[in-house]
Design a protein. Structure first.
Length: 246
């Protein structure tokens, strides 16, 4: 049984149902099949805002299917089978280029409308997702459309839960306090650096941790502008949720 975020059963009579057509505005058919095929016990909360996590999980399953990500043999067999079912036993012949949903949403939000695709292409090349002179393929073009719909309709950031040390938690707590009073991208960038330094963490490692939390990737755009573009309070809320869950 599925529950909405308010804890109510999702049903037609309750008026809180969202259809596959709504899902497909923001995510692929495979991500919806993943939702339906994953085993769970009891009830599960579900909301449209969960779609980015399912899109990223499909990418992770694809990495396992094509042996780009290693897991135990028994686990690999199970997850490769799940991936096959998500593609109705007709999987791609080669892996696609994976860009974390949050990062794509940021790029779409920042891209000038008159040169959206060229802007995104250049940024993905600079971040290492595309090779130099490599163009956007059909899969990435579709994901741009998903992300565009998402940024038009939602603001919430779906954070990635990562394992945090005590120092990480203290640095993130310090950073949240600093973000409350800073509205300049350069000062936010410096606040991240100082939060790491004040807690004896190498800044490069702390930046990588924040990238993983906020974008699901080890690198990306400068975090100062990212925080403001995605909404400072959205970023604070995402960081706070990670602290609460770790």
């Amino acid at each position: 049984m599925f529950l909405d975020k308010g804890g109510k059963k999702i049903s037609k009579s309750a008026g809180n149902v969202f259809t596959p057509q709504v899902w497909f505005n923001y995510g692929s058919p495979q991500s919806l099949l993943l939702l339906m095929l994953k085993r769970f016990v009891g009830t599960r909360t579900l909301d449209v805002s969960d779609i980015p996590a399912y899109m990223n999980e499909i990418d992770s399953l694809e990495d396992i299917y094509f042996d780009k990500k290693q897991v135990g043999e028994k686990e690999a067999t199970k997850l490769k089978g799940l991936y096959l079912y998500c593609y109705m036993m007709k999987p791609p012949t080669k892996p696609s280029i994976h860009v974390p949903y949050n990062l794509m949403a940021f790029l779409v939000k920042m891209a000038p409308k008159e040169c959206q695709n060229s802007y995104i292409t250049e940024k993905l090349q600079s971040y290492g997702f595309l090779q130099k002179n490599q163009a956007l393929d059909a899969n990435l073009l579709q994901r741009i459309e998903y992300a565009l719909s998402w940024t038009q309709d939602f603001e919430e950031i779906k954070e990635t839960i990562v394992e945090l040390t005590a120092e990480d938690k203290k640095a993130i707590t310090d950073l949240i306090a600093k973000l409350e009073t800073e509205d300049d991208p350069d000062k936010i960038q410096n606040a991240i650096f100082n939060s790491a330094k004040d807690n004896a963490i190498k800044p490069g490692i702390f930046f990588k941790t924040l990238y993983q939390i906020l974008m699901g990737a080890p690198q990306g755009p400068r975090l100062g502008p990212y925080v403001l573009a995605m909404g400072k309070q959205n970023v604070i809320a995402a960081l706070q949720r990670v602290l609460n869950k770790s």
